[in-house]
Each structure stands twice: as structure tokens, then as C-alpha cells.
Ligand binder design. Structure first.
Ligand code: SAH
Length: 526
């Protein structure tokens, strides 16, 4: 109620301490209002035709002659400023008798209607009063220590303090809302200036917002970010890479593609970046705004809400792109496409993309017990055949943490990605592989995982792996269960071929086809 409050402050507040005197109940103290220029105000009574010389006098008259002390009504019905205004207009508009007013029950207010926000009297002086002052007036009236100057002052000081605190909170909230609005507006404006329809971008870049809504809304929830931040292998690696290679970041302009909570941007800022532009399409960016501000990094980090493919950055080029784009089996989510887009559009000619290199690897798995539990299980379920269910189970890749002892081959790298040069089309591929078996057993599945490297022009190289032999990460491993276990011997080489492509219906999902020992199975990862 800012406009009303401003008017009220002008009229009622003592310029020095901003504490209105209205609630001092004895005549002498009421006078303080008069000293401030209220003696010539004509304030009509709400119940009769009398005009009195001040708000205070009118209130006293209502009490003395009509038996209604308005501040008490305000307290009784816990009225806020709006409620109070509506009540006054209701009384005036309906010429409501004083007795009726006293009988209004709590919680059922006849003036609880916005039509009563309209003043009945133009410039009604009674509407210029703050209900807090009226509540104070009641407190002082009811208190036997009304005359006690010290307690009165204390009371007023507390009220002033409360008000100041509430105002401060409201201001902080308003600032935050304003910033969010600014970002939203920015999002809208930038949305209008899109790059849609460019055919060379690849299927993910060409997705429309509505098609990608589920994807981005999943990142709007805090839990996914909590999981990522608590993945120490992941987050420590990004931090160590930036903090231990500050010379790479010093005075650089950095773009964080998919900033989430802003963690990587803050690492970059602390590592000496001159400017960090943090982009995310998901609602989590609103938290990132608060996070960046509460860490006093707002001068370095600029946050932009939008799909990187659809916005225009406030700079022509950036020196470094950082992003944590990796999905299950590395390529699930296809977010690397967005990083490639950002790289091709914004990276300066000698700029760097981090992480700069990744491997995808496969290994053979021998875990007959688990295979029985997942596949043979359907042959006899409480004495019934449910064998047909295998057709539903097998084509789904399983994301889980494998026991390292179930790995029965040396790993084979099937793909190396140079993030500085890779193209979107290279992320769909077919490749032959050989797995060197290390144990006489049955191969029941193939496991896929990836390794990440931060080493380009870094003195202190950092890498991490999502292999079953390494500390687990939230990416776990991706397991492709074989329909029938294959008998294998140590030293034997298991030959196969893997084909990875995007699901045509959902380009963020992957279709993986494995050819192994003359059998072919296609798996989906979604
Ligand atoms: N960098 C953060 C979050 C990583 S998760 C961290 O390391 O913790 C990936 C984030 O990228 C998600 O918040 C997602 O909303 C965002 N994202 C994915 N594709 C994007 C795109 N094309 N444009 C903008 N943001 C994107």
C-alpha cells in the first residue's frame, strides 16, 4: 500500500523520528497532532454530521458520543490497511449505526468486498491513517501505564523498529522480484529473437521450448541439483580444475552453458575470470540469482534465462566455455549439442572448451546371478510363465552401479571426443570393438561408462572416470543385458559392434544397438 503510506507519512509523521503521535491517548499528547498542522483539518464523524478539528478528535468523539472506538475495532477484527479503509467506507456508505458495528462478529465482515476500497468522501482524512498507529492507540488506551512516558517511548521505538524491519524485508523481496522480472523479460525479449529453423544445428538445437519443457522442468527442481552438487567426484573435479589452473581463467570471459545453481560460474569467478555469463533455460536460474548475489559475485557473473540456442549473449565472443553437460553413458540428454552450438557461435578463435576431452568405454560383465534375477526370473513367476516380459526388459539399458568384481574384460575405448572440434553429426556413430576377456566365465552383459578430462593448456590436469573400478558417481554405469549369456575364456577376444544414435521421437534419448557373437539387440536409454 505504498501510495497510501506515503500520503500518510507526509501528514502524520514527525519529520525527525518518523514516529506519529496519534496513539498518545491523553489530550496533551493528542495535541502533538494539532501542533503538526492538523488543527485546521475538518474530519467528519463516521456516524453523525459533526465535523471535528482533527482525526484524533473525531476518533475520540466516536468513542465518547457513539460508544465506538475505531482503533479497538481495528484490533478486534485484525484489520490491515485495506480492511480499515473498507470498514470506514462501509460505515460511511451505509450510514451504519454505531450499535450495529459493535455487533459485527469476528471473521464475517460485511465490508469484506473490494467495492469498499472506493472512498465515500473525497480526501477522507480518516483514510490517511496507518492501522498500525490505530492499533498502537488502542494498546495505549487500554494500558494503565499510558501516562508513563518511558514505556510509551519504548513502545513507539519497538513499533518503529518493527516497521523498519518489515520495510527492509519488503524492499529485499521487491528487489528480488524485480530481478526475476527483469530476467523473465529478458527471456521474453530474447525468445523473440530466436535462431529457430536453421537446419544445420541438429535435432536438439531445433527442439521447440514446448517440446523441451519436460527436460528443463526436471532441472527446475532442487533435488537434481542437490544430487549433482553432492557428487564429489564430479564437482570436486570441476573445482580443482579451475582453482588449480587460475592462470587459464585470469581476466577471461567465461560462458557457463547450463549453469544450474551457478556452481561452475562461481568457481570460474573465484578462479579469476573477469566476466562470467551463466545461461540456463530452467527455473533453477532464479535460485542461481540469489546464490550469486548472496556470495557477492553479481559484479562478475551475469545470469541469463533462456536456451543457449535461442538467446543472444551480451558479448560477441568468449574466451572459455565451461559446462557440465554429461548424461548417462555420456551422450544421454544430448546436451553436448548445445555446448557445440555455443562453441561455434561464441568461442573466440583461440578459446577453450572445458572439459576438453571425453572417452566412452565398454567392458564385459559376468554376473550370472543378476542375469537370472533379471531375465530367467520371467520364466517362472509364482509357477506361471511370463517369458514374454523378457521382450520388455531386455531392450532397456539399465543405469546402475556395478560391483567392480563383475567386470570380466579389459575396457575398450569406443569413442574419444575432442570438445573443441567435435560436430553434432559425429555424436551418432557405429564402431567395432574388441573386449579382451580376463576370466573363464559367462558374459551376461556389456557395461558402458565414460571418462572426462580437463587438460588442454592446463598445468594441473584433472580427470575423472565413471568406470565401475572408480568411486561411484551419480552417472553410475549403463548396463546392456544380453539375452543369453555367452561362455567366455580368459585371453579370448570378444568382437562386437556398437551403434549409437538419437531416438528420432525424442532426440534427448539414445538408441544403442549391440552386435555381439552373431546376436543383435537394440537398447533404449531414456
Ligand atoms: N552447471 C550446473 C548444472 C548442470 S546440469 C552444475 O554443474 O551443477 C545442466 C543444466 O543445463 C541444467 O540446469 C539445464 O537446465 C541446463 N541446460 C541444458 N541445456 C540447455 C540449453 N540448451 N540452454 C540453456 N540451459 C541448458
Amino acid at each position: 500500500m505504498a501510495a497510501h503510506a506515503a500520503q500518510r507519512d507526509d501528514q502524520l509523521c514527525n519529520g525527525d523520528d518518523d514516529v506519529p503521535e496519534l496513539y498518545n491517548s491523553d489530550d496533551e499528547e493528542w495535541n502533538s497532532m494539532e501542533e503538526e498542522g492538523y488543527d485546521h483539518v475538518s474530519v467528519p464523524c463516521v456516524f453523525c454530521d459533526r465535523n471535528l478539528g482533527s482525526v484524533a478528535e473525531t476518533l475520540q468523539h466516536c468513542k465518547a458520543d457513539h460508544g465506538v472506538y475505531i482503533p479497538e475495532l481495528v484490533n478486534k477484527h485484525s484489520l490491515d490497511d485495506y480492511g480499515y479503509i473498507k470498514m470506514i467506507n462501509y460505515i460511511r456508505g451505509n450510514k451504519c449505526p454505531a450499535e450495529t458495528l459493535l455487533m459485527v462478529p469476528n471473521g464475517s465482515l460485511p465490508w469484506d468486498n473490494d467495492e469498499y476500497m472506493k472512498p465515500v468522501l473525497p480526501d477522507d482524512p480518516l483514510l490517511q491513517i496507518d492501522v498500525e498507529e490505530l492499533s498502537g492507540a488502542t494498546a495505549m488506551m487500554l494500558s494503565p501505564s499510558t501516562d508513563d512516558q518511558a514505556s510509551g517511548l519504548l513502545h513507539r521505538a519497538r513499533q518503529a523498529e518493527d516497521r523498519a524491519q518489515r520495510a527492509e524485508e519488503a524492499l529485499a523481496q521487491a528487489m528480488e522480484d524485480l530481478n526475476k522480472l527483469k530476467l523473465m523479460a529478458q527471456g521474453l525479449v530474447l525468445d523473440a529473437d530466436t535462431n529457430r529453423g536453421r537446419s544445420s544445428l541438429g535435432p536438439v538445437a531445433e527442439l521447440r521450448d514446448d517440446e523441451d519443457e519436460a527436460y528443463f522442468s526436471s532441472y527446475g527442481h532442487y533435488s537434481i541439483h542437490e544430487e549433482m552438487l553432492k557428487d564429489r567426484v564430479r564437482t570436486d573435479s570441476y573445482r580443482d580444475f579451475m582453482y588449480n589452473n587460475m592462470d587459464v581463467f585470469k581476466d577471461k570471459v567465461v560462458l557457463d552453458v547450463g549453469c544450474g545453481t551457478g556452481i561452475l560460474s562461481m568457481f570460474a569467478a573465484k578462479a579469476g575470470a573477469r566476466k562470467v555469463i551463466a545461461v540456463d533455460q530452467s527455473e533453477i536460474i532464479y535460485q542461481a540469482i540469489d546464490i550469486v548475489r548472496s556470495n557477492q559475485l553479481e559484479d562478475t557473473i551475469t545470469l541469463i534465462k533462456g536456451r543457449i540456442e535461442e538467446i543472444n549473449l551480451p558479448v560477441e565472443k568468449v574466451d572459455i566455455i565451461i559446462s557440465e553437460w554429461m548424461g548417462y553413458f555420456l551422450l544421454f540428454e544430448s546436451m553436448l549439442d548445445s555446448v557445440i552450438y555455443a562453441r561455434d557461435r561464441y568461442l573466440a578463435p583461440d578459446g577453450l572448451v572445458f572439459p576438453d576431452r571425453c572417452n566412452i568405454s565398454l567392458a564385459a560383465v559376468g554376473d550370472v546371478q543378476k542375469h537370472n534375477d533379471r531375465v530367467a526370473f520371467w520364466d517362472d513367476v509364482y509357477g506361471f510363465h511370463m517369458t514374454c516380459m523378457k521382450k520388455a526388459v531386455l531392450p532397456e539399458a539399465v543405469v546402475e552401479v556395478l560391483k567392480p568384481e563383475t567386470v570380466i574384460s579389459e575396457p575398450a575405448v569406443i569413442k574419444t571426443i575432442d570438445c573443441g572440434t567435435v560436430t553434432v553429426s559425429e555424436l551418432e556413430f557405429s564402431v567395432d570393438f574388441t573386449l579382451k576377456i580376463t576370466l573363464d566365465t559367462f558374459c551376461t552383459a556389456i557395461v558402458g561408462y565414460f571418462d572426462i578430462f580437463f587438460d588442454m593448456r592446463c598445468r594441473n590436469k584433472v580427470e575423472f572416470s565413471t568406470s565401475p573400478n572408480c568411486p561411484k558417481t551419480h552417472w553410475k554405469q549403463t548396463v546392456f543385458i544380453l539375452e543369453s549369456p555367452i561362455s567366455v575364456k580368459a585371453g579370448e577376444e570378444l568382437q562386437g559392434q556398437i551403434t549409437i544414435h538419437k531416438n528420432i521421437k525424442d532426440p534427448r534419448a539414445l538408441m544403442i544397438t549391440l552386435d555381439l557373437s552373431g546376436r543383435r539387440q537394440t537398447y533404449s536409454l531414456q
